[in-house]
Each structure stands twice: as C-alpha cells, then as structure tokens.
Ligand binder design. Structure first.
Ligand code: GLN
Length: 381
C-alpha cells in the first residue's frame, strides 16, 4: 500500500464537480457549476481552427502571445481608462483559478496570514494553505454581503501578507464601489500587504452599474494582482485562458512561479483570442447576460423562492428557500436535484465552517430554453 502524506485531507471534491456530477446522474437541469450551455461565436471557433492550420501549434512565449497582451491592454484602456504595459504587466495564464494560485505562491511564506471574505470562491483558502499560510476569514452577512472595513482594520497585523477580494462577486453577485477601494487603500497604506483582486466577471455587470477595477486606484494598483478570465467574458470556460495584471515587480515574481508551473498557455487559443478581440463587438456581453438574469428573476417570482437582492453582476443569483424547506443547504440542493431536477450550489460551500443562510446559488448563464425548462420544474414547488 502506498503511504501518501496527508496533504489536504480535510478537503473533499469541489462542490462544482459534485453538483455537476449529481445533475448528470439524475438528468437534472444543471444550474450549479458556473458555465454557459450555449455555443461560442462561430467567428471565434473558426479562428481556433485557423490558428492550427496556420501553424500556431508550438509553445507560446512564457508571458503569452504579445498580440493578445496588446489587445488586453487596449480593452483595459477602453473599459477602465487605465494604461497597462503589455510587456511588463500582463501574463496570460491557463485560467484565473491557476492565476490566483500562482499569485499566492509568488508572495506567501509559511506563517503569513491572508484575509479572505466569506462566502468565498472555494479555491482561495486551499490555495493559501497549500502555500503554508493561514486564511483569516471575515464573514459577510446576507443579504447585502457588504464589507465592514473597520473589521478588516481590526484583523490586520504584522503577519498579514495579502487580502483577496472578488468583484463582481461569486457567489453573491455584489460589486465593490470606488469607496470600498478608497477605504481599503487607507487601511493598507504603510503596510507590505499585497491585494489579489479577482475580477473574472468584470464584463458581467447589470442595470447600468459599472465595474470599477482596482487598477483604477493608482495607489492600490501598485500592490495588486488582478485576475481575469476569457472563459467568463466570451463563454469559453473550457478553453481555460485567463490573465494576470500586476505591476512590473509583482509580474516578475508571478512569472518566476508561472514559468515552472505551466510555463505557457495553449497557443491556438491565444492566437484565436487575439484575432477575435480585433473584430468589432456587436453587443456588450452584459446586455446579453442581463436578459438571462431578468428572465431568471421573472421565473423565480412564480416560485416560493425568495430573492433578497437581484444579482448586480456575475453569472449567479442567490435565492432563499425557507418557504420551501428547513433542510440544511447542501441537503436541500441534493433534494432539489433529485426530486425537482434542478441542480444548484449550496451557499454553505463557500464558507469554511459551512455556515447556513438557507440560500442556494443558481447559475443563469444558460440558454433561454434551459432557463424555461428549469422554470417548469421550479414552479412545481
Ligand atoms: N467558477 C465556477 C463556479 O463558481 C466553477 C469553477 C470550477 O468548477 N472550478 O461555479
């Protein structure tokens, strides 16, 4: 029998895998794991083919194709009015989850502390612990899930090495404001604290609200790794292409780790993305996705679920079920999958101590027909 070290014995399989597998087992409509079930723009698909035909089949440069990094810099200038150096501040990564791990690996040492706001995307704490550091959690309360910055100030000490934030937020759909960034800047001024800003849903913000990137804050920007995902922006989660924006000093540290992890990223995908981003955009993805959010909200109105706040951004809508069941969240999500054929994610999965709020997360980044089929099922409740 092989004796393996107990690396991470307290962690099971990620909830996204668990719920997607359950959805498959019970032939349920999968509104759990966050991925679109609709096709990619054929122009993008064709460019992927073209990339291979044109011979873009060998390793890309370690930092990513320069043409793609230049398109990213242009996008950030147009959307956030920030200048980013394509050469020294952008690194293409195999997805954002990888980029988060790499950023932590670049800065954490055993004994360091990292502040994490819960509910938190489920990879953050394991990634911190894998790097020998300790996650210090701050609980955000339903329904606003807003950050009390005084509490953050109280939790900071000389061991605090990083703070990780998410906007738009998975799973709550909240977004951070300019004031949040200003308050954060005040707290970290005169410290060595590094910020990880997970902005993978940057383009998915609704009701005329605006995503405000941490990059727009000149002071915070110098101490931040900002993580993005083409998967979310272009409905290609399976391509696993994202990027990390950081100052030249932080980028250098990031690339030291990246060069020995994946070294580089799928070349044909990078080629296709760089060409695609040069094409004129037909419709902002936020308009396209808001239609889905609105349809889903109207569906939930005809069910006993409670909506406390409409999602301001991301793929996700939280909903309360205390009118339906007194089961704990995980059991409720399993019950709903088995008996009503709709898979969701229990919010408790985003808390280390599995805190209960009687809330589940729906992913509405789905075809209209998928959402309408889910409506038929949920309206039976
Ligand atoms: N980000 C997606 C979600 O929150 C899933 C990512 C994953 O499956 N690891 O559902």
């Amino acid at each position: 029998m092989l004796q393996l070290p107990e690396k991470y014995s307290n962690v099971g399989t990620t909830i996204f895998t668990v719920m997607s597998a359950l959805a498959q087992k019970y032939s349920a409509i999968n509104l759990s794991q966050g991925f679109p079930d609709f096709g990619v723009d054929p122009n993008l698909g064709n460019l992927l083919l073209e990339a291979s035909e044109q011979g873009f089949n060998q390793y890309a440069p370690m930092a990513g194709l320069l043409s793609l990094r230049q398109e990213i810099a242009r996008h950030l200038f147009e959307s956030q009015n920030v200048q980013v150096n394509a050469d020294t501040e952008i690194t293409i990564t195999p997805g954002a989850t990888y980029a988060i791990y790499t950023a932590f690996a670049a800065v954490l040492q055993p004994g360091d502390e990292v502040i994490v706001f819960e509910p938190a995307y489920d990879s953050y704490i394991p990634n911190i612990e894998m790097n020998g550091a300790k996650a210090i959690t701050i609980t955000l309360s339903a329904p606003s899930f807003s950050i009390d910055w005084n509490q953050v100030k109280d939790r900071i000490n000389t061991k605090t090495k990083a703070i990780i934030l998410t906007t738009p937020h998975n799973p709550t759909g909240t977004i951070l404001s300019q004031q949040d960034w200003d308050l954060l800047a005040e707290i970290v001024r005169d410290t060595q604290i590094v910020i990880l800003s997970d902005e993978v849903y940057e383009q998915l913000v609704y009701d005329g609200k605006k995503h405000i990137s941490i990059l727009r804050h000149p002071e915070l920007r110098l101490r931040s790794f900002v993580l993005y995902s083409f998967g979310k922006a272009l409905h290609i989660t399976g391509w696993k292409v994202g990027y990390c924006i950081a100052s030249p000093t932080l980028t250098e540290a990031f690339r030291k780790i990246h060069q020995f992890l994946s070294f580089s990223v799928n070349t044909p995908a990078q080629y296709a993305l760089s060409k695609y981003l040069q094409l004129p955009l037909h419709q902002p993805v936020s308009v396209f996705m808001q239609k889905k959010r609105d349809l889903f909200l109207s569906i939930l109105k005809d069910t006993p679920f409670t909506i406390y706040e409409p999602s301001a951004g991301s793929y996700f809508q939280l909903a309360g079920y205390d009118q339906i069941s007194s089961l704990p969240e995980h059991e409720f999500a399993v019950w709903l999958t088995k008996h009503y054929g709709v898979a969701t994610i229990p919010l408790s999965a985003f808390y280390r101590d599995k805190k209960e709020n009687k809330l589940i997360r729906f992913c509405f980044a789905k075809k209209e027909e998928t959402l309408r089929s889910a409506a038929i099922q949920l309206q039976k409740l």
